[in-house]
Structure formats: structure tokens, C-alpha cells
Design a protein around this ligand. Structure first.
Ligand code: ASP
Length: 321
């Protein structure tokens, strides 16, 4: 039991350090209303699939997996799964990770020929003692688990790649070139989970892996506090372990939006070239509150809860031209 003396000592210490008490130490306002949030407009149909799971009492971990499988299978979504932009050699290489309320996580990176990397990541989490499998090992595991090998390079993506070959202009992820799906959900039991899946930066160097399959960079979940996911130039989130930072800022008392803003400001403080890139963070806390923040204007996110679906513009650090 926390005695009054111990509480006063703790308060004095935390205020001397300039930190707030962990949110779990505050009066609990735990809500049992499910909610799902995800990055970008393609989050709308993805959230609808996740909502089907959540609204019938399903688990957050099942909801996020079901949700992000929608853009993974959609050839019109050019930055996730089937139909995603290839690397500079014309190979579609996919990165994904998933994390549940018990700190269980699974991840795959540089996976080729498998349409649903998120479900392979889920199998890594559920069926192996490991967190991450990459490349040929990840593919062999997927095939052994019954996933089918498919050609993921659509005719449209191939044409775009062939056009790109004419200039070979290096593509950085800026305001018009991005779109990983990161999804966070809170279920009826009050548990949080998240998923993140992408084909990564268009025409990247062969072998490049971004933030999206890296626990702590592209996704992080702490069921006591909240969850965060990211999109944009993955190297910036990797250098700052961005999503872990967002969750830790929420632990110190920041709202989801304030925490995302704090992570964007950390990037601006530490990484001199941030102005030419886009990064967007999205967070959901244990109380079902959500928020986002990004470097450039133009990042939006989708929300689905008992009140229906909406698409919201994230606030940005820079104000644009
Ligand atoms: N974050 C992803 C990556 O760097 C790309 C994106 O969000 O569009 O691979």
C-alpha cells in the first residue's frame, strides 16, 4: 500500500525531475467502448473490417490483423502489400509487425511473394519463440505455415517502376510519397493492440528495411498506457525510436496528440534535415482518447467507434507553402 509519506516523497521526486506521475497512477477512467484508429484514407475500409471484429466483442489483436489485411490485398493501395511499389530492382519487399496487450509481438521484414505479411507476423508471434524473421527465412516460415507464394508486382506497379528506371531519381518520403497503414485498437475488455504493414519506400535500395516492422519505431503498445504507430520516412522514426517515445510521453501524462507532437519535435530537434521529409505519428490511449501529429501538412487518419467513421487531418509542425 502506498503510504502518505511515500506518496509525498514520490510527488516531490517527480516534480523535481519535471515529470508527471504515470497515467496508471491516476484515477482510472477505463472505458469499455471499443475504438479503432489507423493512418491515411485507406484506413477507412480497414477500420470498417476491424470494427466488425470489435463490435461483436472480438479481441483488439484480431481486429487489427483483420483490418490491415484490407489494404494489403488491395492493388489500388500502392504502398502496402499486393500492388505496392517495388524496390529499385523491381522486387516488391514487404515489412510488417503486430503487438498485443501482453507485450507479445511478431514481425517480418524484407518478405517477398506473400500477400499478407501481417498474418505472417502474427504467426511469428503466436507460433515461434522469436519476434522477427526476415527475407528468405521469413518466406520459408510463411510457406511452411501454409501461406501461398504469389506475384505481388501488378502491371501498374511494373509500368511505374519501368518509368522510374528512366531517371532513377532517388525517392525520399516527403509530402506526396508515403502511406504505410498503422492501426491501433481498443476492445470491449479494455485491451490495446496494434499492427503496421507496408511495402516501404518506393524504389528503395534492395535490402532496405524501414521503421514499420521495428517494434518501438513503427509501432508500440503498452496496455497500461497506450499505443502508437507511425508513417512517413522510416529512417527518422528509427533514429528516434519514435513510437516508443510517444507511449512513454503518454505514460508521463501527455495526451495522445501532445505525445505525438513531442515525438515530432524530438525529430526536429535532433535531425537537421527533417524539413524535407514527412513523418506522422498516431496514438490511442487506454481511455480510448486518440490524436496525431506530423511534420508536413497533409497527413490524415481514420477513426471508427460507436459513433461511426471519420477521417481527421493531423496537425503539423510545419505550415506548408
Ligand atoms: N514508414 C514507411 C517506411 O519508411 C513508409 C511509409 O510510411 O510510407 O518504410
Amino acid at each position: 500500500m502506498t503510504t502518505r509519506r511515500k506518496f509525498l516523497q514520490l510527488s516531490a521526486l517527480t516534480s523535481a525531475l519535471g515529470v508527471l506521475l504515470p497515467s496508471s497512477a491516476k484515477a482510472s477512467t477505463k472505458s469499455n467502448s471499443p475504438i479503432v484508429v489507423s493512418t491515411w484514407e485507406h484506413g477507412l475500409p480497414a477500420n470498417a473490417a476491424a470494427w466488425n471484429v470489435l463490435s461483436s466483442g472480438g479481441l483488439a489483436i484480431d481486429a487489427v490483423e483483420a483490418g490491415v489485411r484490407i489494404p494489403e490485398a488491395d492493388p489500388e493501395v500502392r504502398t502496402v502489400g499486393y500492388g505496392g511499389y517495388p524496390d529499385s530492382e523491381g522486387n516488391v519487399t514487404l515489412d510488417a509487425c503486430i503487438m498485443d496487450e501482453n507485450m507479445n509481438c511478431g514481425s517480418v521484414a524484407y518478405l517477398q511473394g506473400i500477400k499478407h505479411p501481417i498474418s505472417v507476423a502474427r504467426r511469428v508471434m503466436d507460433k515461434t519463440p522469436h519476434v522477427m524473421l526476415v527475407g528468405e527465412g521469413a518466406k520459408a516460415f510463411a510457406l511452411q505455415q501454409g501461406f501461398i507464394e504469389e506475384n505481388l508486382l501488378t502491371a501498374e506497379a511494373k509500368t511505374d517502376w519501368k518509368n522510374w528506371l528512366k531517371t532513377r531519381k532517388v525517392q525520399q518520403i516527403n509530402i506526396e510519397n508515403h502511406d504505410t497503414i498503422g492501426m491501433l485498437a481498443l476492445d470491449k475488455k479494455g485491451n490495446l493492440s496494434g499492427a503496421c504493414t507496408t511495402s516501404g519506400a518506393a524504389y528503395k535500395l534492395p535490402g532496405r528495411v524501414g521503421d514499420s516492422p521495428i517494434i518501438g519505431s513503427g509501432l508500440y503498445v503498452d496496455n497500461e498506457v497506450g499505443a502508437a504507430t507511425a508513417t512517413g520516412m522510416g529512417e527518422l522514426m528509427m533514429k528516434t525510436v519514435g513510437c516508443h517515445l510517444v507511449v512513454e510521453l503518454m505514460r508521463q501524462g501527455a495526451s495522445p496528440e501532445e505525445a505525438c507532437k513531442g515525438a515530432v519535435e524530438r525529430i526536429a530537434l535532433k535531425l537537421g534535415d527533417y524539413k524535407v521529409f514527412q513523418v506522422g505519428f498516431l496514438a490511442l490511449n487506454k481511455q480510448g482518447e486518440y490524436g496525431a501529429h506530423c511534420i508536413q501538412p497533409g497527413f490524415n487518419y481514420a477513426v471508427h467507434d460507436g459513433n461511426g467513421a471519420q477521417l481527421i487531418d493531423g496537425k503539423s509542425l510545419l505550415k506548408g507553402a
